[in-house]
Design a protein around this ligand. Structure first.
Ligand SMILES: C=Cc1c(C(=O)O)[nH]c(=O)[nH]c1=O
Length: 315
């Protein structure tokens, strides 16, 4: 089965990649993704300057997923810009690299986007603008404020001339799908949407000691893993139907090839792996890729792209 996907001006050997934030904060981690069976990779969301992030414990793996309140720790924009300088190459052999930006202010995001636009490897880098970080105390998720989201997209499109994408929070109400899609459809250069970021502000309790699992925000943090697959699939499908000109990247609840297949059916062209990648390491990509290949073959597909958006409803 041909697993290659050609979208956003690039061809990916397969639809799998990491979710921003997981296994992508340092050169070593990023190189381990480059060397893995993933179709591509994305850098940790960066801010203008290096950040330590929230106090530990700030991440906990769970039987059905994970909770995190990292607080946007990262090496700063220049570190990741330097990484793509010597790693992002054009041509079929290379893996195009996604670059995640999550400024502490709108101006920071616009400034970083402007720098990325001028980057020598700019044509081989795909910007994913993170509008959904749930873990910086005092900073609401931009994607939940439609006016804010519009302002951010106006500021970034004013300085970033290339197609780019947005990392969205999960929405849980049809009216919110409609409102968010209306804002996003007003920006044709928003070429892809990544659905979803972690489900914000969950609370995990360790009842052996009657204590929360993580330190920041009195234990409130973003939830990932098996818990979120139905929400992720709904958001992928909701934006696939509301934004037909945009590419959808699925993220959330992918543990195996069949989960990735469900994201394709829902409308995703690429599929990100977060919690499971944290648990298993980059070898997860070979396993999930082979499971996806076998599942598509069993169902008689010639190529995975033939499955994208083929979800059937009950008439
Ligand atoms: C960029 C910050 C994010 C973080 C974080 O650094 O706390 N965690 C998430 O689950 N999603 C984010 O978008």
């Amino acid at each position: 089965v041909d697993l290659s996907v050609s979208v956003l001006g690039h061809t990916f050997a397969n639809p799998l990649m990491n979710a921003a934030g997981v296994c992508c904060s340092t050169t070593e981690e990023l190189d381990s993704l480059l060397a893995s069976a993933s179709g591509t990779l994305i850098t940790k969301s960066c801010t203008a300057q290096q950040r330590d992030g929230n106090p530990a414990p700030r991440f906990k793996p769970l039987p059905l997923g994970s909770i995190n309140s990292m607080g946007l720790p990262n090496e700063g924009y220049e570190y990741y810009a330097e990484y793509v300088s010597h790693r992002a190459k054009g041509g079929a052999a290379a893996k195009p690299i996604f670059f995640s930006i999550s400024g502490m202010t709108m101006q920071d995001s616009a400034d970083m986007a402007a720098k990325l636009a001028a980057h020598p490897q700019g044509a081989n880098v795909l910007l994913e603008l993170n509008l959904s970080c749930p873990n910086v105390p005092g900073k609401p998720q931009i994607g939940y404020d439609m006016q804010d989201m519009r302002r951010y997209l106006e500021a970034v499109t004013a300085v970033y001339p290339r197609p780019f994408g947005v990392k969205l929070p999960p929405y849980f109400d049809m009216a919110h799908f409609d409102q968010a899609a209306e804002v996003l459809n007003a920006f044709p250069s928003v070429a892809f949407l990544t659905c979803i970021n972690s489900v914000g502000n969950g609370l995990v309790i360790d009842d052996t000691c009657d204590t929360v699992a993580i330190k920041p925000k009195n234990g409130f943090g973003g939830i990932g893993g098996e818990y979120v697959l139905p929400t992720a699939l709904a958001n992928v499908n909701a934006f696939r139907t509301r934004c037909p000109e945009k590419v959808i990247i699925g993220c959330g609840g992918v543990l195996c090839g069949r989960d990735a297949y469900q994201h394709l059916l829902a409308g995703a062209s690429l599929v990100q792996v977060g919690t499971q990648l944290w648990k298993e390491g980059p070898d997860a990509f070979r396993r999930i890729r082979d499971e996806l290949q076998a599942h598509l073959a069993r169902k008689g597909y010639g190529a995975d792209r033939d499955a994208i958006g083929k979800l059937k409803v009950i008439e």
